[in-house]
Design a protein around this ligand. Structure first.
Ligand SMILES: C[S@@+](CC[C@H](N)C(=O)[O-])C[C@H]1O[C@@H](n2cnc3c(N)ncnc32)[C@H](O)[C@@H]1O
Length: 344
C-alpha cells in the first residue's frame, strides 16, 4: 500500500495541489526576492499600505506587485486585509533593513541568481556526484567569490545577516570560560566573536578568515569588546592561530567534504592549547522525515560546494580520525547545534 499522508476527501486534487505547489517552489523564492529587492518591508514599517501606494513608492506596476504580495501573504510574509492593504507580519518585519538582526541581506544572498542557477542544475550534481556550481562558474565557490569584490561583499554581508540571531544564541548557550582566548576559525565578519566577547568580559578573541572577509569585520564597532580582539587573515587549510583555549568552527565544516574537513580539524588540533576545546557549530541532522533546515542546507551544500550536513555519528567519526573526541552536543533553540570536542 502507498503511504500517502495528507490526502483529503478528494485525494487526487489534494495530491495535484501539493505537488504543483512544490514544483513551483522556485516562484516563491523569486517572489520573496522581488519583495526584498523592492524593500517592501521598509515601506510597511510606518503602517499598512495598498499595492497602489507601494507601487508608487517603489516605482513598480501596482497590479503585478499586488499579485506577488498576495502570493507572499499565503505563506505569512505579509498579510492583506479586507480593504486590500498589506501589513507586516513577524516574517515580513524581519526583512526591514533596520530590523534587529535584519534578514534583508541574508535573503538577498540566498535568493541570488548564482544559487538559483546552481539549484536548477541539481540533477547534474546527483548524476555526477560533484557540485554543479563549479561547472557553471568554472571554479570552486570560494575561488569565485574571492575573484569578485561585489560578490564577496554580498556573501560576507549575507552571512553576517543570517548569523545575527544565531550568534547571540550560541554565545548564550555554550558555557564559555571566564578567561582565556577564543579563536573563531572561518569567522566571517566576526559577529559570533563579538557576541561571545560581549558575554564574557574576561575573554580575548581572534577572528581568523580570508583577508577579504576579515577586512570588513564588525569588531571595531563595539566599545564593549575594545582591546580584547585581533583579526588575522590566513588559510585554515595551512594553519590556524596557535595556543588558544577555544576553537570555533561555525558553519565552516558543512562547506567541505571529509578530506578537507580533516585538514581543517587537524590544523585546529595541532594549534590547540592543552585542555582546549573545539566547538563545531553546524546543524546535527536528526533521523526521521520531519522537516529540518539542515536537510535543506545539506542539498544546497552538495550543489554549491561538495559540502554536507552531518549526523552525530558522522561528526563523531570525523573527529576521531582527526585525533579529537566528541565530548557532548548542546542543541540550541535554532536549527544549528554546538558539537564540543577535545584532543583524544
Ligand atoms: C559559510 S561561511 C561562515 C562564516 C561565519 N563563521 C558565520 O557563521 O557567519 C564560511 C567562512 O569560511 C571562510 N573560508 C573559506 N575558505 C577559507 C580558508 N581557506 N581559510 C580561511 N577561511 C576560509 C569564508 O571566507 C567564510 O567566511
Amino acid at each position: 500500500m502507498v503511504d500517502t499522508p495528507g490526502t483529503g476527501d478528494d485525494g487526487t486534487r489534494d495530491v495535484l495541489d501539493q505537488l504543483a505547489e512544490h514544483a513551483l517552489g522556485h516562484l516563491f523564492s523569486a517572489a520573496l526576492r522581488t519583495a526584498v529587492s523592492c524593500r517592501i518591508a521598509d515601506r510597511l514599517a510606518a503602517g499598512p499600505r495598498t499595492a497602489g501606494q507601494l507601487a508608487e513608492l517603489t516605482d513598480t506596476h501596482a497590479g503585478h506587485l499586488r499579485r506577488v504580495l498576495r502570493y507572499l501573504a499565503t505563506r505569512g510574509i505579509f498579510r492583506e486585509d479586507a480593504t486590500g492593504a498589506f501589513h507586516l507580519t513577524p516574517l515580513g518585519d524581519a526583512l526591514r533593513t533596520d530590523a534587529p538582526n535584519s534578514l534583508h541581506e541574508g535573503v538577498l544572498l540566498l535568493t541570488d541568481p548564482m544559487f538559483q542557477r546552481t539549484s536548477a542544475s541539481l540533477e547534474e550534481t546527483v548524476r555526477k556526484a560533484g557540485p554543479s556550481f563549479e561547472r557553471i562558474f568554472g571554479k570552486p565557490f570560494y575561488a569565485h567569490v574571492a575573484d569578485d569584490p561585489e560578490l564577496r561583499e554580498l556573501f560576507d554581508k549575507g552571512m553576517a545577516s543570517l548569523s545575527g540571531q544565531i550568534d547571540t544564541v550560541i554565545a548564550g548557550t555554550y558555557p564559555f570560560p571566564e578567561k582565556g582566548t577564543v579563536v573563531d576559525v572561518g569567522g566571517g565578519r566576526g559577529g559570533l566573536l563579538r557576541a561571545v566577547l560581549r558575554e564574557r568580559p574576561g575573554l580575548t578573541g581572534i577572528l581568523f578568515d580570508q583577508s577579504a572577509a576579515v577586512s570588513t569585520h564588525l569588531l571595531a564597532e563595539d566599545d564593549a569588546v575594545q582591546g580584547r580582539w585581533r583579526a588575522d587573515s590566513g588559510d585554515f587549510f595551512t594553519e590556524v592561530p596557535e595556543g588558544a583555549d577555544i576553537y570555533v568552527l561555525k558553519h565552516v565544516l558543512h562547506n567541505w567534504p571529509e578530506d578537507a574537513c580533516l585538514r581543517i580539524l587537524r590544523n585546529c588540533r595541532a594549534a590547540m592549547a592543552p585542555d582546549a576545546r573545539l566547538l563545531i557549530v553546524d546543524p546535527v541532522l536528526p533521523g526521521g522525515n520531519a522537516p529540518h533546515l539542515g536537510k535543506t542546507l545539506d542539498v544546497a551544500m552538495s550543489a554549491i560546494l561538495d559540502g554536507q550536513e552531518r549526523t552525530e555519528d558522522e561528526f563523531s567519526a570525523l573527529l576521531t580520525v582527526a585525533g579529537l573526541r566528541l565530548t557532548r552536543i548542546l542543541p540550541t533553540e535554532m536549527f544549528t547545534s554546538i558539537v564540543e570536542a577535545e584532543a583524544a
